[in-house]
Design a binder for this molecule. Structure first.
Ligand SMILES: NC(=O)c1ccc[n+]([C@@H]2O[C@H](COP(=O)([O-])OP(=O)(O)OC[C@H]3O[C@@H](n4cnc5c(N)ncnc54)[C@H](O)[C@@H]3O)[C@@H](O)[C@H]2O)c1
Length: 282
């Protein structure tokens, strides 16, 4: 079955960027979110992103629609990308609902940052068609999709998902084992948590820790800037889940948790480790 109509569930930071990339690749996309305001923000982000694209922006934008009605939007979909909040109960419940309405040949690709793909697959009657397809922020600019096999994921699902990544204009790497945090989230979570500890211990400022990584290691962005870009709430959720699997090395320091409690979630709220001008960002 050719893939032309894609359902992206979750219209947050990642879902909106993913939808933009798909529409730019010629696919028809519906974004579903439970929060209508999030969907409106999603369209604003896409409009802003497309300003820098070509004169075909209007055509691209016309390929994207939004909905709060999951079941209706799922019926005609050829492919599903799940990019809802990083909460295993929300994700498994969503996949259960999708399983009831989507055609049996439809692949469910999860953008989870770290959950077990086998666990997600087990919440459906199609674990062979459930796979991890982990994007990076911001999706229109980042060149990689990390593809993760669950125990039951079929070779055909893997082949189709790798081919889709190339169709989106991205490179793919395959995480061959269903391991929590895959390759990239294990690496970046450690970096962020250790960088936050260094700041909490008063050893260096946020700016110096970021600049150390940019200048010493040639990273494009420092770890605390990366955390602000990702959303500190997402960072803490990912780190907490990794603690359960791998132990204390992933434990977020209390200042990181306190920032989240205070609503300082990074760029999306205007303040995280650094402060941002929301008028410019939005
Ligand atoms: N932020 C990053 O840098 C990044 C990078 C790679 C992967 N991810 C992963 O992508 C996923 C989304 O992250 P994000 O940063 O876009 O989060 P976000 O908080 O910006 O967006 C999540 C969206 O999911 C929606 N949502 C929650 N429950 C829903 C449901 N049942 N049905 C439909 N929509 C629902 C919320 O309303 C919200 O708009 C997470 O799994 C996260 O781990 C995030």
């Amino acid at each position: 079955m050719a893939i032309e109509r894609v359902l992206v569930v979750g219209g947050g930071l990642m879902g909106s960027g993913i939808a933009q990339v798909l529409a730019q690749a010629g696919l028809t996309v519906t974004i579903v979110d439970t929060d209508r305001a999030a969907l409106e923000r999603s369209l604003l982000r896409i409009d802003r992103g497309l300003k820098y694209a070509t004169a075909t922006s209007v055509t691209i934008r016309d390929r994207i629609s939004i909905s709060v009605d999951l079941e209706s939007a799922a019926i005609g979909a050829d492919h599903v990308i799940e990019s809802v909040v990083e909460d295993i109960r929300v994700k498994t419940e969503l996949l259960r609902r999708l399983d009831d309405v989507c055609r049996s040949d439809v692949i469910f690709a999860s953008n989870t940052s770290q959950y077990s793909i086998s666990l997600l697959g087990a919440s459906t009657r199609r674990p062979d068609r459930v796979i991890g397809s982990h994007w990076f922020n911001p999706p229109p600019l980042m060149g990689l999709i990390e593809i993760v096999r669950g125990v039951e994921t079929s070779d055909e699902t893997l082949r189709t998902t790798v081919a889709l990544a190339l169709r989106y204009g991205k490179q793919a790497i395959v995480c061959k084992k269903d391991t929590q945090g895959f390759i990239t989230s294990r690496l970046i979570a450690l970096f962020i948590v250790e960088a936050a500890r260094i700041v909490e211990e008063g050893i260096a400022s946020v700016d110096d820790v970021n600049r150390a990584c940019v200048l010493a290691f040639n990273h494009a962005l420092g770890p605390l800037d990366t955390a602000d870009l990702s959303g500190l709430d997402t960072v803490v959720r990912v780190a907490d889940a990794l603690v359960e699997q791998y132990g204390e090395r992933f434990r977020p320091p209390s200042m990181l948790r306190s920032l989240v409690h205070a609503g300082h979630l990074g760029r999306k709220s205007g303040r995280g480790f650094s402060s941002y001008d929301l008028a410019i960002l939005r």
